[in-house]
Each structure stands twice: as C-alpha cells, then as structure tokens.
Design a protein around this ligand. Structure first.
Ligand code: HEM
Length: 156
C-alpha cells in the first residue's frame, strides 16, 4: 500500500472512531434521565406543592402544641418560608435556583423539634404529594433528600 493510501486509511479510521464516539455521546445524553427538578415539573409545580405544604403545616394543631413552633409561626412570614423552601427544593433537585436562606441547623435549633413532630411533617407532606399526584418514584427521591436534613432539624 502506498504511503498516501496508508495515511488516507488512517484518516478515515480516525474519522470513524470520532464519529462513533460522537454518536455514543449523543446516545448517552438522549438516554440520560432528566433531573428530579424537571421530573417534578420545575418551579411552577414545586412552588405550588411547597405553598400547599406550608398552608397545611402552619395551622396544624399537633405541630402547634410545641410552643416554639407556634411562636415562630407568628414571627416569620409564611410567604418568606414558601419562598425559601421553594428555592431550597429547586436547588437540591437540580434546578436553576440558588438557596440563600439560613442552614437547617441554624433556622430550626430554637424550635426543639422532636421525632414525633418530624413524623407529623412527613404525614402532612405525603398528603400534599398525593393531592398533586406526584409519582411515587419522585416522592421517594425527594423524601430521601429531605431525610438528609433530619439530623439538623430534629434536635429533641
Ligand atoms: C417538623 C418539621 C419542620 C418544622 C416544624 C419546621 C418549622 C419551621 C419554622 C417555624 C421555621 C421558621 C424559623 C424561624 O426563623 O424562627 C422554619 C424555617 C425554615 N425551614 Fe423548616 N420546619 C420543618 C422542617 C423543614 C424541612 C424538612 C425543610 C426543608 C425541606 C425546612 C426548610 C426550612 C427553611 C428553608 C426555613 C427558612 C430558613 C431561613 O430562615 O433562612 N423545614 N421551619
């Protein structure tokens, strides 16, 4: 084989490898699972679910038996909490938001939240997920993220 042909064949092979690996990448990104943020429906859906969640949390008589929780309810605007929790969920699920609020230990330390109150919160949020037909897989993924915050929120 002449030198020119050898170089030609090599170039074709390099082209083939590049083209195939390119295809591989394209296939991979087409198959890539959308972020939890996207699967939840992005900010429009997340903000509605968070808003409903805080609407059921705030007047809850079980949670409000804890005087520190009840006192904070009056001190901190619900709208502010809705904004911060939405931004947090958006960021934690892979969305474009930037959470700028306080960390969970700082913002809950004075509330003396117990294991039973945490369980009540899980019960309430589960009912809100059901109301909005959030699929089980997405609920489980989101609750796994929320679960990582428990050690900072439950202090009693
Ligand atoms: C039993 C469970 C919970 C209760 C009773 C509770 C209650 C509260 C209350 C009363 C505040 C206002 C505190 C203050 O500034 O005085 C607060 C702040 C906040 N909570 Fe919770 N919370 C609970 C769980 C959670 C969870 C699971 C999340 C996250 C998904 C969360 C996210 C936040 C955020 C982002 C703030 C605002 C932080 C800031 O002020 O910058 N909370 N919570």
């Amino acid at each position: 084989m002449k030198f020119k042909n050898v170089v030609g064949t090599m170039l074709i092979c390099v082209f083939c490898i590049t083209a195939f690996s390119g295809l591989g990448i394209a296939e991979e990104s087409a198959d890539a699972k959308p972020s939890l943020y996207d699967r939840l429906g992005g900010l429009p859906a997340i903000s509605v679910v968070v808003s409903d969640f805080l609407d059921v949390m705030e007047p809850d008589s079980i949670l409000n038996m804890n005087p520190a929780i009840e006192k904070s309810r009056y001190a901190v605007p619900k709208e502010y909490l809705k904004y911060q929790v939405t931004a947090m969920v958006c960021q934690a699920t892979g969305g474009p938001c930037q959470y700028t609020g306080r960390n969970m230990a700082e913002s809950h330390a004075h509330l003396n939240i117990t294991e039973a109150e945490w369980d009540r919160m899980v019960e309430l949020v589960t009912s809100v997920f059901a109301k909005h037909n959030v699929p089980e897989a997405e609920v489980n993924e989101l609750m796994a993220i929320v679960g990582t915050l428990k050690k900072d929120i439950v202090t009693k």
